[in-house]
Design a protein around this ligand. Sequence first.
Ligand code: ADP
Ligand code: PMV
Ligand code: MG
Length: 385
Amino acid sequence: MEVKARAPGKIILAGEHAVVHGSTAVAAAIDLYTYVTLRLPLHLDENNDRLTLQLKDLSLEFSWSVARLKEEIPYDDSSNFSPSTPSSCSSETLKSIAALVEEQNIPEAKIWLSSGISTFLWLYTSILGFIPATVIITTELPYGSGLGSSAAFCVALTAALIASSGSDKTRGDGWSSLDETNLELLNKWAFEGEKIIHGKPSGIDNTVSAYGNMIKFCSGEITRLQTNMPLRMLITNTKVGRNTKALVAGVSERTVRHPEAMNSVFIAVDSISKEVAAIIQSKNENSVTEREERIKELMEMNQGLLESMGVSHSSIDTVMQTTLKHKLTSKLTGAGGGGCVLTLLPTLVSGTVVEKVVQELESSGFQCFTASIGGNGAEIYFCSD
Ligand SMILES: Nc1ncnc2c1ncn2[C@@H]1O[C@H](COP(=O)(O)OP(=O)(O)O)[C@@H](O)[C@H]1O
Ligand SMILES: C[C@@](O)(CCOP(=O)(O)O)CC(=O)O
Ligand SMILES: [Mg+2]
């Protein structure tokens, strides 16, 4: 049996990092996806007892004997493996899983994949149990750049696992969404996966990847945003590698050192995000240009506050200065420290200006692209046997 799933990356328009500390944030899905193909054998075969993970874009394959996974990963014998009860990975289990990942001799230059592979083993064995399969992953998202590759990976993988474990294998034509109950379940499991990669995620990335569109998010509360405002963003990847877990931990450490000052920052971010959400949703009482001007100013303020949290980077400053020369406003998106930067492209900005900005940014070694904002969330596809 073969099931495919896909889940989108995201941009955070306002509120990253502060959202981990209870502030509101606004995020939107983008049309860049992570795809998972899950192949389960039709009949269990004694000669094939392997769980294989192929990361196609990286030409890497990892494989474990299922019997060995069962020996090493603690599990509760009394429970039927069931996707219906999301639970956290204990530190004891994570330690055993990390040892299984370490044995795979991941190339040193790709060691950042370890947390993703651990997450794979944990989500797979928790949801499907110890059965052989081949799982193939491809992605259109850059890894570790602020566009939510970790969440798209967790969401797409969980969607494929839930789809293949469930009784409801409604075989619609092409890609179809999950029903509300499964979507909620998927989101909970994906959040548990994100915890292994991020340490202390807010849950905004997995939520927007699972549900799609545009959301306002605060302490796990989700508001789906409806908008008729054409929002165009240029995305610039500084290609400076960084790691969300370390950046999130850095902000928490700063918060311990300066609780009052940082809490004031988080309160300010909360107001900014709420205002961004209100502008995006407002129904034409202001012209698009006026609304864009207000969003521009709020992005500028949000970027200043992200700088005060210590998550910006000289490469981000370069993007800011380059775009500002053309009167365009930018802010980092995601965890910062490098990664991707968003630049608002107002409706009235000319194509020539955009071309010029892109040319300048690319001559500094950055990569620019646009993505469509606010598309579908997680989807599944049952392939005929
Ligand atoms: N397709 C994938 N396959 C395996 N691991 C992945 C994949 N995508 C993301 N990851 C994991 O997520 C990590 C990147 O997540 P993170 O630092 O949160 O950045 P972002 O989510 O912004 O891309 C990678 O180091 C890897 O462990
Ligand atoms: C910094 C943060 O707000 C977003 C991280 O996004 P990304 O992993 O950099 O794509 C963390 C979180 O909300 O979990
Ligand atoms: Mg991430």
